[in-house]
Every structure is written in C-alpha cells, then in structure tokens.
Design a protein around this ligand. Sequence first.
Ligand code: NDP
Ligand code: MG
Length: 385
Amino acid sequence: MIHLKENLSVLGSTGSIGTQTLSVARELGIKISSLSANKNISLLEEQIREFKPDVAAVFDEKYAKELKEKVKDTPTKILSGTYGLCEAARCKTADCVVTAVSGMIGLEPTIAAISAKKDIALANKETLVAGGNLVMNLASENNVKIFPVDSEHSAIFQCMQGCKDKKNISKLILTASGGPFFGKSKKELQSVSIKDALNHPSWSMGAKITVDSATMMNKGLEIIEAVHLFDISENNIDVVIHRESIVHSMIELMDGSIIAQMGTPSMKTPIQYALTYPERFKSSVPTLNFSKIKNLSFFEPDYSTFEAMNICREAIRKNAAQPIILNAANEEAVKLFLNEKITFCEIIDAVKAALDEFKNEKKPNSLKEILNIDEATRNFIKELL
Ligand code: NDP
Ligand code: MG
C-alpha cells in the first residue's frame, strides 16, 4: 500500500517552508486543497493559478479582498482572518495539513485540522510550545498522526524507525548549528545588528526563526517541541553544536549505540518524509559526498552566553503556563528587535521579565485560557517599551 499523501492543505504557503512544501508537492504530484498566507497575495495568486486549490485564506482582511478581486476568474474560494485559516485547515478534500505559518497564530488552525481528523505535517513549532498538551491530547483522541517537519525532530523520528521498542531509547541528541554568533561572548553580542542576526551560516529561513537561531531560542523551543512530540523528559534531551548541519539529530540507545540521520541540509528532505512516511521516494536534494565534507565537528553549547536553552528547559520542567509566556514574549520581542526598537540582548531580557511578571500564572486548561495568557504576555512586552 502506498501511503503518499494525496491532497494537502498548506498553511503559510508563501513562506520558506510553505514554498518548499509546494516544490515537493510539485515533484511528487501531490494535489493542493487549500493555501494560506498573511499578506503576500502576489505569490499566493501565482500559487492559486498553479495548484488550483478549493480554498485560499489570507489572514489580513484588506489583502483578502484584493486577492478575491484578482482571482475572481478562478473557482478558488477566498477567506480571511482566523476563521479563514481554520476553514483552510479543515478543507474537506485534504488528507493532511502542513502547518508552516510562523508563530502562535498557527495554534487555532492546527486544532481545527486535528478536530477535522486531518493528519498534520508540523513545522510550526510555536504551536507545540504554547499548546503542546492540548494539541497532543486532541491528536490522540482523534487518532490523528503528527509528522515532524522540523529537521531535528524529523531526524529523530527517522532514527526511531530503526528502534523497535521506544523503551530502549536513553537519550535524544539534538544538533544545533550554533547560528551566526557561535563562539561570541555576551559582551560581543551587545553590539550585533539585525543584519548580523539574519546572516545564518547554513539555513535560509523566515526572519523570526533566523533570529531565534541567533539567540539559540530556536533550540530551546525545539527541546520543548521534542518533549511533546516524543513524550520524553527534557532531562533526556541533549544539545550538541554541529556547525556543518550534516547530522540532523541522533538517538542514543540503552546499549550505547547511537543512530544518526544525516543528509545535505535541505528542508525538502524532512518535508518529503512527512508526506511519504513510511515510504521513501526519489528526491531532488543532492546526496552527500563525505570525501568533500572531510570533517564533522561537535561542541558543547555555551549555556551561560545563550541562556534561552536553559530558560526553555526550566519552563517545560514546570509545564504550567511558562512555555506560553516565554513563546509569546519571544515572538513580540523578536518583532521589536526586527523593527529596531530593542537590541539583540534585550530579546532574552524581555522573555525573562515576562516569565517573572507572570510567575504565578496557573496551568491553562483550555484553548481560551492559553490565548488569554498569550495576549496578556504580548501586552506586557509592548508596554515594557
Ligand atoms: P516564513 O516567515 O518564511 O513564512 C511564514 C508563513 O506564515 C508565510 O506564509 C506568512 O505569510 C505566514 N504568516 C505569517 N504570519 C501570519 C498570520 N498572522 N496569519 C497567517 N499567516 C501568517 O517562516 P518559515 O517558513 O521560516 O517558518 C514557518 C514555521 O516553520 C515556523 O514556525 C518555523 O519555526 C518553522 N520552521 C521553519 C524552518 C525553516 O527552514 N524555514 C525549519 C524548521 C521549522 P506572508 O508570506 O503573507 O507573510
Ligand atoms: Mg530545527
């Protein structure tokens, strides 16, 4: 039996993961049921004309109206706002939803997709950080599978295919490129610019995740993501810096054996595996040539300069409201940094201030409570200015 997905909904189709997903879909001949974006309607229009989805959602209402006019000669239905994103997520013809929007805005559409019993190919890590318990419980109640797209988590998932009993796994080892500021001291970080932060050594990604890679918040968020996806304690998740981004992550087994997943750094590999699991298909990603690479290097992360990883570990150990607070504060602080309102080091200062301000916040029991904590944190960060 071939398990290849037949019809996809792609949320965030105009972004880095979204466009690479459409490229994989094009190569594999997968049809597209729905698409969504925030504002980039010129690219969305091109995608509508090529893939002929049933639905396209634009979060911004003004742009949604404009797009509706532009594509009125096509049968694609244009929707807007959170409602539009949720309708795109539960589009009838789709069998899988690729969540490739950036940020917590992806939580409600992800919940809509799971409730409509769609499998999820999950790139949007902020959704799991903020709503991990809710999302994973809902997925299991609805018998929905969540396939990781984040390269480290896809690597771990792929390594797990070589281990029959999960009880034999003693550790997950997440690799991290170290970002553009690897080896820098706290003092040196005081004066880095937006351009420096956006200059990632090995991956070309959206601005938010690129800044997260520079602060190492991305690796912290990934620790939380792994806790939810693989139901493992953060104590059993190690991080190692690996500058070449060839080893995408590893699992350590009880007998000391380590299984690693390697490949040319391209997000098309994890995207494709999420769409073809458990099958393998030919891919356009170039294969590795070990004699050209020559060396693979590994280093201990600098936890005192890049505090975000330990902040995330502490937050998920408590597993109350802290992950929501740190995620919302980080999203807002990264926006302020990209708008030149705060410095690079002030991003993590803002996250710490928010965690302190809301330290007594109780564990949320519903989507509404998660959204309330998220909003209160964002307002706090905006007022900090
Ligand atoms: P991009 O910034 O490149 O793309 C984000 C997408 O989300 C765009 O389509 C954007 O639309 C859309 N979007 C942004 N805000 C909203 C909103 N308010 N409502 C609706 N849609 C919105 O991000 P990436 O592709 O880099 O990342 C997407 C997700 O995947 C993130 O969660 C990231 O952490 C994760 N990820 C990314 C990796 C990568 O290599 N890029 C690797 C691993 C994980 P528009 O174009 O109109 O602004
Ligand atoms: Mg990653």
